[in-house]
Write a protein that binds this ligand. Sequence first.
Ligand SMILES: [Fe+2]
Ligand SMILES: [Fe+2]
Length: 281
Amino acid sequence: MIEINGKETSPEEATLLTEMESAFNQLEHEPLRTVLLDSLSSERDAVRAIGDSFSGFVKSKHALDVRRQFFASWQRTNNSAMSVEGLANRITAEAEEATSKFDSTRVLSMFRAAGRLNRVADEDLGVGGQVLHFELYYRMATEFTERDDLWQSRKFCLSSASEFKSWLDMSRLREPVMVGLFSLLIHEGYTHAELEMIAPLFNQWATEVMDLSPRDARRVLAWISVHCGGTEKNHFAHTCAAVSHYCEGSGAKIDLELAGNVFRTYLRRKAAVMKQLRDLY
Ligand SMILES: [Fe+2]
Ligand SMILES: [Fe+2]
């Protein structure tokens, strides 16, 4: 056990905390950065539960249906490119409308905000010619569930995971645009930390527990490795730029209390999914 801020911390929790901090520190807006960092301190139990759930999953080869539930539910918490693009669409619609009201500098700022959201989704959508991330996840989940793809059935998705997905989509597609942007800030920083934390755990699980050769493990775990080494941190930086362009263009203000609520809710809801999974193994 390691101690962080006077609290005993598992290695997984420690990695999640330090990696989130390193992503969040890219945000120049100091008050909003403080709220992000404070939300980590106030949701330490959630972060701990997430770390425990991942480390519990890779301890052994769980029953096939448990693995199906894991991959079906986990996917609902990380597959969100569609709502990133939905949020970008809302911003360009608002910018088109603003052409008759605002000066061109402000309108351009709004389009640039949407442009930065496009950059967040580029890799997921295979814009540079890469394999779609959905395909990489499919390859991983299918390989680890005896090579059939039944894991995709909705019946394997836990209730907390569907609720997480509905909440995240709602915050980007129905709530004010700023709420969607706050949800993206926490998501990209959190995702960076999650993927960095699980990369060595899954590599060990694949080779030592699931009996894959190191070469096959690399191929099957590509969905994890493509998100490591700065990909998600860059998404966080693009989101920071989207926030400042959108505020400059639309005149929206940063509501710190609202932002803190979104950040803490995200961590609590993610933890709820990981705890419900943890109860299975
Ligand atoms: Fe992705
Ligand atoms: Fe991302």
